[in-house]
Design a protein around this ligand. Structure first.
Ligand SMILES: [Zn+2]
Ligand SMILES: [Zn+2]
Length: 341
């Protein structure tokens, strides 16, 4: 098509698709004016595709109740509606629905779980860890809405409120209900059926894969304990996590730990806390400590196997007067093997 052909093109020669495309860059007033210029353009004001895009553009909303039209939603100018719900899928995978509550928080391993992350449906967290994530601004976008397992409701950390409550916007309510139906424990249908009988098995069940794994990892740990090559660089690993790993290695029925919780060794700025207590003897138990000292070889294995929440802290970082005490503990720890025959 020549340049001339373009210049002769009038609005009513544009294809409906092109018209729509242009319209979504106009403000609502211009769209209304345009729709009044001729019969053909008057259909613009009823176009649901167009209004869907306008709702998203002007209200950042990507969902609505089934009974609503995008046009009516646009007219409503919804203000008190959580846009973050829209980033969640309509249906969760079947095997992720109605999740069982974990025994411990996946981040700190404390025996308390309140929130289920809706972006990775396996992650369950305690109140403290969620607050920490929020303070570090890690609860934004798709991560901002979580399922509160105590209240069995949804909470948006960006809107700072429970969403889908009775008094909330009907679009929000419908979207929330759709999600909650998949998350809440399935009780309604079972109201009249008898309670499930308690299982006769008294001992905690053990995943067969875990049995293999716990043996292999415990052997690895024992080898590490005997290893006396202190020339290897050593790392700090958070103590509670370390204890959970020990439980997994040594106790049947204990689940494997989550990611290494090294963020607990940090101060607010992420730097290693110089006040930490660490052991100074490789073969003596040190119950009052915050971290264990392990070789780079074991550290690498653990990070590859379990993942890491927070930073890696090696002995190489223990420089400067702030860390002099910690440095001395690690040195003492590395010398301690010489005291044993
Ligand atoms: Zn929100
Ligand atoms: Zn926690």
């Amino acid at each position: 098509m020549s340049h001339l052909a373009y210049s002769n093109l009038t609005l009513d020669q544009l294809t409906p698709d092109l018209l729509l495309h242009i319209a979504q860059y106009l403000d609502i007033k211009s769209i209304l004016q345009l729709s009044m210029t001729c019969k053909r353009l008057s259909t613009l004001v009823n176009d649901e595709h167009l209004f869907r895009r306008l709702v998203e553009r002007d209200y950042q909303l990507t969902y609505k109740a089934a009974t609503n039209t995008w046009r009516s939603l646009y007219k409503l100018a919804p203000m008190d509606i959580c846009p973050h719900l829209g980033s969640l899928p309509e249906t969760f995978p079947q095997d992720k629905q109605h999740p069982q509550r974990h025994a411990t928080c996946d981040l700190c391993q404390q025996p308390s779980v309140t929130y289920l992350s809706l972006t990775s449906l396996d992650k369950q967290m305690c109140q403290a860890c969620v607050s920490k994530l929020k303070d570090n601004q890690q609860l934004q976008g798709t991560c901002s809405v979580m399922y509160n397992m105590d209240g069995q409701n949804l909470y948006c950390f960006e809107c700072s409120r429970a969403v889908g409550k009775e008094n909330s916007d009907m679009n929000e309510r419908e979207k929330a209900k759709q999600l909650l139906d998949q998350l809440q424990p399935p009780t309604n249908g079972l109201a009249n059926s008898p309670l499930p009988k308690p299982t006769t098995k008294a001992a905690p069940t053990d995943d067969p894969q875990d049995v293999q794994r716990r043996k292999a990892e415990h052997i690895r740990y024992i080898q590490e304990l005997r290893l006396e090559d202190m020339a290897i660089k050593h790392y700090l690993v958070e103590k509670n996590w370390s204890r959970n790993w020990m439980m997994f290695r040594t106790r049947e029925g204990t689940p494997p730990p989550g990611p290494i919780a090294n963020y607990r060794l940090a101060k607010n700025n992420g730097q290693l806390d110089p006040e930490l207590r660490v052991p100074y003897d490789k073969y003596r138990p040190a119950p009052e400590t915050h971290a264990d000292i392990i070789s780079e070889r074991l550290w690498t294995f653990l990070v590859d196997t379990y993942g890491l929440e927070g930073r890696a802290y090696s002995e190489d970082m223990l420089v400067g007067p702030d860390y002099a005490r910690l440095r001395e503990c690690v040195n003492e720890y590395k010398r301690s093997i010489e005291r044993y025959p």
